[in-house]
Ligand binder design. Sequence first.
Ligand code: GDP
Ligand code: MG
Length: 439
Amino acid sequence: LSDRLNAAFKRFKGHGRLDAKNIKDGLREVRLALLEADVHFSVVKDFIERIKDRAQGQEVLESLTPGQQVVKIVHEEMIELLGGTTSGLDLGTKPPLVIMMAGLQGSGKTTTSAKLALYLRRQKRKPFLVPADVYRPAAIDQLHKLANELGVPAFASTADMNPVDICSQAIEEAKKQACDVVLLDTAGRLHIDELLMQELQAIKETCKPQEILFVADSMTGQDAVNVAARFNELLDVTGVVLTKMEGDARGGAALSIKSVTGKPIKFVGMGEKLSDLEVFHPDRVASRILGMGDVLTLIEKAQEAIDAKEAAELEKKFKRSEFNLEDFRSQMKKIRKLGSLEGIMKMIPGMGQMRKQLQNVKMPEKELTRIDAIISSMTLAEREDHKLITLSRKKRIAAGSGTSVADVTALLKNFEQMQKMMKKMMGKQKQGKAIPGMP
Ligand code: GDP
Ligand code: MG
């Protein structure tokens, strides 16, 4: 997903000015990326609408760097999509805090109960584990083993007991042992069924858990989201735990679940080990998905269009003052790919200062086409030495490129200016004076 989104952002970055059309094109890429990541289509639709509205607003169009503005908006909206703020457990309630786990079989309830026990103990809490799955053979054993491993007390449930009784008796037992958090590990089914739901509702009625965490296997993508919606309808859960996130590169469930259920993701399971549980931070996850630990890496990625070897060649030419119109043109073509001169300057050591000057010089597409046409109409000799170009030659070149003499003159002037600047920079460099902004 990150790669796809980055490709989409390149579109925004490439444009000096954003208009309805290039916003639309860029957002189409974002949309496809999200759908491919298995994000629910209605979630994607709303998401894109919101970004479109904001991206077309004044804040973006009048900004110096509209592309970055759009990326910023996508980032902010994605944080919202993931739930906005971090919502952990409310540990401030009157003890014992009762947490009920719910979810399909194999989603990770038992494992997550143990993981939470470890997490809570690290928070200086005293957790109590309650195996309440009396149907699956060895389910009780499984939690007892994990409790042993952690050295956390667990209720001595047996398979012949009623799950509702187990839970209510366990809460009393926890109080006696002065435990302040009770974790109810309930049974699951392969599919949602009436009987299971009745049992879970009965446990809820009796035990009045402050937290009901729906546990979902993130690898199941949209299925997880649909099941979450159903569990939420029947149990009014307080939050979601997404397990096996370390294996889900796409992130579709994570991105859809809050919008679809209205309930926040509170934790994510990142592996089979008991320490592999993380509090879910929407902002961090959004940054990770967008691959923008810092926004600059996005821009840097775009610059990979010029390879390092080429940059070194170019630098040599600058140094020998051999930079000619042909080089100029080939660089223009690169600029076209990158959207700004800055991209090229960045590749050349010692160009820091100039980069700043050129930061906001953006070449419109039409201008680049014209430059290309003009240089194409020159002879090879003219390209290598622009001083050969007299007025009569200018006329010929203008006619050949479908431009005017003024256009040709303007181009040559630009080129000369660039050449001069380069020389000045290189001269300074040779004299060993520091150039501000030089790495
Ligand atoms: P339950 O039926 O809902 O109680 O599910 P379990 O807790 O028994 O977990 C089912 C399987 O998923 C077990 O093999 C766990 O080790 C595994 N599992 C649970 N959480 C994670 C996780 O975050 N990552 C990985 N890789 N495996 C997990
Ligand atoms: Mg289980």
